[in-house]
Design a protein around this ligand. Sequence first.
Ligand SMILES: [Zn+2]
Ligand SMILES: [Zn+2]
Length: 347
Amino acid sequence: MNGLIFEGDKKLGWYDFEIPSPGEGEVLIKVSRAAICGTDLHKYQLPSEQIPTTKYGEPVPCGHEPAGWIATLGKGVTSFQKGQRVMVAGVIGCGTCHHCLTGFNTACIQELKGLYWNYPGCNTSFIVMPEANVIVLPDNISFEVASLLSCAGGTAMTIIEESNIKPGDRLAIIGLGPVGLCLLVIALSKGIEVVGIDVSEYRLELAKKLGITRALHQKNENITQKILEWSQGSGCDVVAECVGIATTQKQSFDFVANRGTIALAGLGNEDFNANLGALTIDKGGIKVIGIAATPILYFRKLLKIASKLDFEKIITHRFPFVDAVKAFRIVEEGNCGKVILEIEDQF
Ligand SMILES: [Zn+2]
Ligand SMILES: [Zn+2]
């Protein structure tokens, strides 16, 4: 089977992989759609020596946002049928520790695995997954939307659940990429008051199409002043940082409400210096929470509400798999919502 690989320094390649076979408790999935993530972009830009490989140094397919059909059941798998439409939770826990058993696989106390991290990625025709990580799709959720939900939508749902945000609360979303936009869609459906911030006119416009009424340009406006005016000086109950750079992580503290919550959902490697003692005392005890991928429990909650929400508009570009180079170019330019690779059309 043909698989897409990162070769380093923004080079994409193709590699002929063997179709994997599912072991006990695993299923083989035929991939229909896979979405491209900001995380993929970081890996695509890495130098070749930092590109993930197998322990034998062989290439692995990139990608971690698949949706497709159950193709083959491994030994002992009884909860699925061939041909069922499914999505995947990309972080693999042990399945037996107390976190895994309660649906928080992302907090597994054993070794965690993840697609195109220390496990093969999904930008190819077939992937093997443990059955615990496979979730059957409702008929009215398309493969495209499912691949959007498998990372961006799930992360957004995790912010909602972990921050305990309530209807009527104020939410600031810093960064209106796919995670921020999914968060916007879910938050508006719950009656949460949202302000969105981005540097991209394209993404601010996309947020407006999704119903935001307060969209602020990071560079052209005094963000803190605008938010404090809007909130009569009290700030936002929750600030979701969906960029992952030190500047915006630090900015989150400027307009979080007293006793509010900062959810750090952007993945980045920069250190940031903040006088946390002064900030927390000044703000009467704020909470800073880390959002790392999506627990399976929250995927189940997300799928219950997803068909009523307008996630389709977040998907702005689709490319046949052979045109992956064009797809990555669009993601890199940033004038896009979610970009989808069309891998297989038929089961
Ligand atoms: Zn992702
Ligand atoms: Zn576990």
